[in-house]
Design a binder for this molecule. Structure first.
Ligand code: NAD
Length: 374
């Protein structure tokens, strides 16, 4: 039996809807396997700005600091492309958590369920055997150029010689590269033993350094095969031969874009979980932040239409990486697959002959099957 403290930060839009399902699943695991989870809940994002004056209050931050794991929903109001300068910045909650807790490695598993291959825009024969994990660097790169003091500060737009110009800085230190590359090799050692390191070394100095570090770290892992791949080639091969990949490690922005592309292998961004990890240890593993890859999806918020799978699988990652409960994590993953195999789908992955269910019902189906597992 395990005891753990989990802080749940549902956030905005569909965040609370999908997080509620993930929490239901954690409660079912607690009951079914005899653990004790103390759960705290906190505000982040727009509600926190409105009622507590910042995207994450000091009190909520301290509650997080005293937890073994954080279960996060999503923050943000409008689609990212429509945001205006000077508006509220709900995403600062996430930036602060990532920065102050040192979450530098973002794990994003992509494993389309065979029963739902039809939800993908790729042909089923292309998907067969697809099972990969992205390890995205999360604490540096373009996202943090010019942001040393204010994480999330937008890039600098300035006037020079009568023209308007903008600048972003892509900076990586050797240490920042090495620690995330080591995580990738460790993950690969526990899987099929192959790392694909993705960069743009034909253009970017930071990528040249990235390659040097990967070559050096690889020498410490003779049992793991590795290759370098340019990011443009990787974008192409992800949809041509996705099953060739095992572990993909890459810098922050490339990882952001490639994982959205890879989410389409499963048919919807609503299917993908993530784990953000640093170095702080818990009794069962590493302190981490777990969240679906998607955003607050304001276009479908409040309609019981969000796919909860990404959030529920994030809870499975939480059980595995922060609480050391591998059997329970695998049971949650298997149960999600069973529900999909039995023909239930959220609207984003629906296909002919399947039963479309809402967010709540999808969560209930997972919980019922989990509780009934032998
Ligand atoms: P989004 O991921 O919220 O939505 C993109 C598309 O995917 C939308 O059509 C949406 O309906 C769909 N979608 C997303 N999640 C889904 C789910 N669970 N089930 C079914 N469909 C789903 O991205 P966006 O529209 O660009 O951004 C909306 C807001 O979310 C913005 O404010 C953005 O900044 C924020 N955002 C937050 C995070 C985060 O909190 N980690 C990540 C990305 C975007």
């Amino acid at each position: 039996m395990s005891e753990a403290t989990i802080t749940v930060l549902p956030g905005d839009g569909v965040g609370p809807e999908v997080t509620a399902q993930a929490l239901k699943v954690l409660r079912a695991v607690e009951k079914r396997y005899g653990h004790t989870f103390t759960v705290h809940e906190g505000l982040v994002g727009l509600d926190a700005i409105a009622s507590e004056g910042s995207a994450i209050s000091e009190a909520t931050f301290q509650t997080c600091a005293q937890s073994d794991a954080l279960l996060f929903g999503a923050v943000g109001a409008l689609p990212a492309a429509e945001r205006r300068a000077g508006g509220p910045r709900p995403e600062l909650a996430l930036f602060r958590l990532r920065k102050e807790f040192g979450f530098f490695a973002n794990l994003r598993p992509v494993r389309p369920a065979e029963a739902s291959y039809a939800a993908s825009s790729l042909k089923p024969e292309c998907l067969k055997g697809t099972d990969m994990v992205f390890v995205r660097e999360l604490s540096a790169g373009l996202y943090y150029g010019h942001m040393e003091t204010v994480p999330g500060k937008p890039s600098e737009i300035r006037q020079r010689d009568g023209r308007t110009e903008a600048v972003d800085t892509l900076l990586y230190t050797e240490e920042e590269i090495e620690r995330v590359v080591r995580v990738a090799f460790d993950v690969a050692a526990g899987r099929r033993g192959k790392v694909t390191s993705v960069d743009k070394a034909n253009v970017l100095s930071s990528s040249v350094l990235w390659r040097q570090v990967v070559d050096r770290v690889a020498a410490d892992h003779p049992g793991v095969a590795y290759e370098h791949m340019l990011v443009d080639a990787c974008a192409m091969r992800l949809i041509r031969t996705p099953a060739e990949f095992d572990v993909i490690v890459t810098e922050n922005l490339f990882g952001d874009i490639l994982t959205d592309e890879a989410s389409m292998l499963t048919g919807s961004i609503g299917m993908l979980p993530s784990a953000s990890l640093g170095t702080r240890r818990t009794a069962g593993g590493l302190f981490g932040l777990y969240e679906p890859v998607h955003g607050s999806a304001p276009d479908i918020a409040g309609q019981d239409a969000a796919n909860p799978v990404g959030a529920v699988l994030s809870a499975a990652l939480l059980l595995r990486h922060s609480l050391g409960l591998e059997r329970e994590a695998a049971a949650v993953e298997k149960t999600v697959e069973d529900v999909i195999r039995d023909g239930y789908r959220s609207p984003d992955i629906h296909e002919e002959g399947c039963t479309v269910v809402g967010t709540e019902e999808f969560g209930r189906l997972i919980v019922d099957r989990l509780e009934a597992r032998p």
